[in-house]
Structure formats: structure tokens, C-alpha cells
Design a protein around this ligand. Structure first.
Ligand SMILES: [Zn+2]
Length: 152
């Protein structure tokens, strides 16, 4: 399915829909539809950069950069899920208020995830390099290769 078809099928709130469509129009991404979200990654061998839900987006960020990157986005909730990845969870109302800033944040996430294969450097000197596994944006557990999660 095309990006458009996937997003139409998900039927997100308008602020989320507008953001997601701006994102896929501006960058080359791979999209996948899961039970209740569409995931975006910069390439087939890259980790997921953005999860688009009906009423929120979750953006994967470098834990060291996440606080400064999201500083100007009111309502961004930072969830440090692994030593290698912090997710900024932003609801539809906040996305609507800060469309440009959230779009910029999503571009940063795609660029960051595109930097290498599915590895990211964790907190310096402590965890070292860690395989970045795709996680379920609902329960944050690792999802199976077929994309199904126990929580769905
Ligand atoms: Zn789950």
C-alpha cells in the first residue's frame, strides 16, 4: 500500500494526519501498518524512527539529545525506554500547536536512525553499542519480526 493509503486506513486525528503526510512527502521513508499505528523508518535495515498513532506520535531520539531537541515542544513526554533510545510521545493537540517543530523533530529522528544499521551507541562508557530492536509503542516491549505484540 502507498503511504497515503496506509494513513487513510489508520484515520488519525487531523493534526497527526497533516504531520504524517508532510513527513512522507518530504523524506524517503518505509512505512508499515500495524494494529493501531503506522511506523516510519528511513530504510529497510534501519530501526523505526516515528510511530504514527491515531491520536499521538512517538519519535525515537538519542537519549543525550532528546531534552534539548524537544525543549520548545509543549506536551512532549520523554520516555527513556532503553539506554539507546528515548521516545518523545506527543499528543495530537500538542502536534497541532507545534506542527513545524514536531516535523523538524521527526526529520531529526529519521536522520539519526539512518546513520547506521540497527545499532546505536548507548550512554557513553556504560552500555556500549546496543542492538536497536523495534519496540511496541504501546507497551514498549520488543515486537516480534511479524510485527505482532503480545499486548495487541
Ligand atoms: Zn505491546
Amino acid at each position: 500500500m502507498s503511504h497515503d493509503a496506509l494513513l487513510s486506513d489508520l484515520r488519525p486525528e487531523s493534526a497527526i494526519d497533516r504531520l504524517a503526510r508532510a513527513l512522507v512527502a518530504a523524506r524517503s521513508v518505509r512505512t508499515e501498518r500495524r494494529s493501531d499505528y503506522v511506523s516510519l523508518r528511513p530504510g529497510s535495515d534501519a530501526a523505526i524512527a516515528v510511530y504514527v498513532h491515531k491520536n499521538r506520535v512517538s519519535v525515537a531520539l538519542d537519549p543525550l539529545e532528546a531534552p534539548s531537541l524537544t525543549h520548545g515542544i509543549t506536551g512532549a513526554d520523554l520516555q527513556r525506554i532503553t539506554p539507546a533510545t528515548t521516545y518523545a510521545v506527543i499528543d495530537a493537540a500538542s502536534v497541532g500547536r507545534a506542527h513545524d517543530a514536531v516535523l523538524e523533530l521527526a526529520f531529526k529522528a529519521l536522520g539519526w536512525r539512518a546513520q547506521g544499521p540497527r545499532f546505536a551507541v548507548g550512554e557513553r562508557g556504560r552500555q556500549g553499542a546496543e542492538l536497536v530492536r523495534d519496540t511496541c509503542p504501546t507497551c514498549w516491549e520488543t515486537i516480534a519480526l511479524n510485527g505482532e505484540c503480545r499486548c495487541s
